[in-house]
Design a protein around this ligand. Sequence first.
Ligand code: KG4
Ligand code: ZN
Length: 347
Amino acid sequence: MGDMGNDRCVLGIETSCDETGVAIYHGQRGLLAHALHSQVALHAVYGGVVPEIASRDHVRRVLPLVREVMTQADITPSDLCGVAYTAGPGLIGALLVGAAVGRSLAFGWDVPAVAVHHMEGHLLAPFLEPNPPSFPLLALLVSGGHTLLIDVEGVGRYRILGESLDDAVGEAFDKTAKLLGLGYPGGPALAALAESGNRSRFVFPRPMTDRPGLDFSFSGLKTCAVTTLRREGNDPQTRADIAYAFQEAVVDTLAIKCQRALRQTGRRRLVVAGGVGANHALRARLTDLVAQEGGSVHYPRLAFCTDNGAMIALTGWLRLRAGVREPLCIRALARWPLDTLSTVSEP
Ligand code: KG4
Ligand code: ZN
């Protein structure tokens, strides 16, 4: 029990929002199995995530997924050295499902448990890929709930350089997509619509780039989309042109701030993660930027940009190896500042 030998694995559970993600990470062999159940179809009819429906669906899905990944990985509970679960930030009812199930499985199997911060999971997801970055690095985390630029000296050593003062990038994508009549979640749909947009018809502002600092503000872009739609008419080509102008403004703003942060900190490695990290225009733009700045950029595979259990299993493994343990009292936090985590030595 509690033996953190590299020849054992960690079960990771993610239930912070609208995906149930479960995975097994092995100390030597890496990711052994992962499975995901997306609730998109359940929430789509409401145009957004309904917290109560999310919690109820996690309750239904989580244990069958645990069994599925253990079968896939061909392991039994005796191969596990711990259980990791997302304890925040996120929807409290949804988090409580993963926390209660994860903590209780660890109790029943007599192995340690660890509470994982969802955004630390996103940040470390590129370490699941070949050629992972080394520390120190700069991280741009762009999800549905957060936009963060972070100076990262190691696992748990995070200095927040900038964040969104209003809507997160993913949230801005989703709200603008809704205005354009696209379904939930809007990010990928808006990106697809932008493909057929005219590149020169509209130019939206690059918020907060005309002053020093690394904070972001994206809610004005949504307003800009509404006023343009009212002025120009709601025909399909105009909608595509707005989608293009919106995405361009977001990508450009993120790239300007990343360039500024790279120069300010002298870091040469950039990690980009979180749901919006799956956006092709953003990836292309940041790849160009780091080539120009003489650095490297590291992304998770597309499936691990959005929420998943693999990033939680990996983060849990790193923290358990460093001796982090969760007491029996089950804890979940809707809000949880990333820069309050305990520090862990480098992977
Ligand atoms: O990380 P994530 O799965 O969940 C949170 O932690 O919030 O991020 C979800 C967000 C949603 O807002 C979704 O619209 C956005 O990521 N997203 C995208 C793309 N794929 C997902 N936004 C723009 N382009 C994409 N390809
Ligand atoms: Zn997420």
